[in-house]
Write a protein that binds this ligand. Structure first.
Ligand code: FO1
Length: 321
């Protein structure tokens, strides 16, 4: 079975590990979000691609869900000693190697998709990881800074890591998305898929950014195969991260049903909500999206595998409908 998964960072990567367990023979293609990418110290950092690669490749810092395990920060300390920032983004020594190799290959003219394939040759994630685009897309967030009251547009990473999403996101802009083209292989993978999954990644800055690349949303809507998503919101709050902050920016309430309606029945055929949101199944089905309430807390690999199995089961129900 050919499965295509649109993935952001931590939630998407953990779901993918469960999907591999639930469907070990599946041919999985991951379309990775690159809107979180940031250029630091002259290097291109791709947080969501690296989180998928490290998580499935066995190198992830498990508690954090990002960065490498057994990490040290000598390079970061030395840069700080020279007064070279930013200090708020925790790049570790092992992680720096990934960004150096990536930047070296990009400078040599390789597209990000080829670079990602090369990096995955080492990590062997067991999926095909393709960036949503080879073109530069960087999510920025409009905020009113707490101390000065100044209104500013800042990089998503500054909003998420330095400000800890502590102020409302007044607008979320995937800069460059309109001009971006799907990376080679993205549209082909969608066209050849037997099922397409939206894992519990951030619906605005992760999955929303991938869908903002012209051609991708249309390809999924026209794929003619079941498209099933899992709610990242459980009991009106995001399981992890700051989905509620950015959902507000796009006028979507932080509920499992509102996220399904946000994606729309033109895109989604099926939607899994957590058992605590069982009462919302009716509202989602009224939106033309088949809905089931199942446990959605990805507390461990077995839980993630059960969720993946539920998503694939719902996809077959949708296909048979
Ligand atoms: N997240 C943090 O909360 N603090 C950090 O210092 C941090 C550093 C970091 C370095 C490399 C990387 O690939 C990811 C990093 N992240 C950090 C996570 C990152 O902000 C998020 O994983 C995604 O951008 C959102 O999913």
């Amino acid at each position: 079975m050919r499965i295509v998964v649109l993935a952001g960072g931590i939630g998407g990567a953990r779901f993918l590990r469960g999907l591999q367990r639930a469907s070990p023979d599946a041919d999985i293609t991951v379309i990775g979000n690159t809107g979180d990418d940031i250029h630091l110290f002259g290097l291109k950092v791709c947080p969501d691609l690296d989180t998928v690669m490290y998580t499935l490749g066995g190198g992830i810092n498990e508690e954090q869900g990002w960065g490498r395990t057994d990490e040290t920060f000598h390079l970061k300390e030395e840069l700080a000693a020279y007064g070279v920032g930013p200090e708020w983004f925790g790049l570790g020594d092992r992680d720096f190697a990934t960004h150096i190799v990536r930047t070296q290959m990009l400078s040599a003219g390789y597209p990000l998709s080829a670079v990602t394939e090369a990096l995955c040759d080492r990590w062997k994630p067991g999926v095909r990881l393709i960036p949503m685009s080879d073109d530069r897309v960087e999510t920025h967030v409009a905020v009113t800074l707490p101390d000065s009251g100044e209104r500013k547009v800042i990089h998503f990473q500054e909003y998420w890591v330095r400000l800890r999403a502590s102020v409302p996101a007044e607008a979320v802009v995937p800069v460059g998305a309109e001009q971006a083209k799907p990376a080679p292989g993205v549209l082909e993978a969608i066209a050849e898929a037997d099922v397409i999954l939206f894992p519990p990644s951030n619906p605005v800055v992760s999955i929303g950014t991938i869908l903002a690349v012209p051609g991708i949303r249309e390809a999924i809507a026209d794929a003619g195969v079941p498209v099933v998503g899992l709610s990242p919101i459980v009991g009106d709050a995001p399981v992890r991260g700051m989905a509620d902050k950015v959902l507000a920016a796009v006028g979507v309430e932080s509920t499992a049903a509102a996220v399904a309606e946000h994606y729309g029945s033109g895109l989604l055929d099926g939607w899994l909500v957590d058992t605590v949101d069982g009462s919302t199944v009716e509202r989602v089905e009224a939106a033309g999206i088949r809905c089931r309430a199942v446990p959605l807390l990805m507390s461990d690999l077995d839980a993630a595998a059960r969720m993946a199995h539920e998503a694939l089961t719902l996809a077959e129900e949708v296909r048979g409908a």
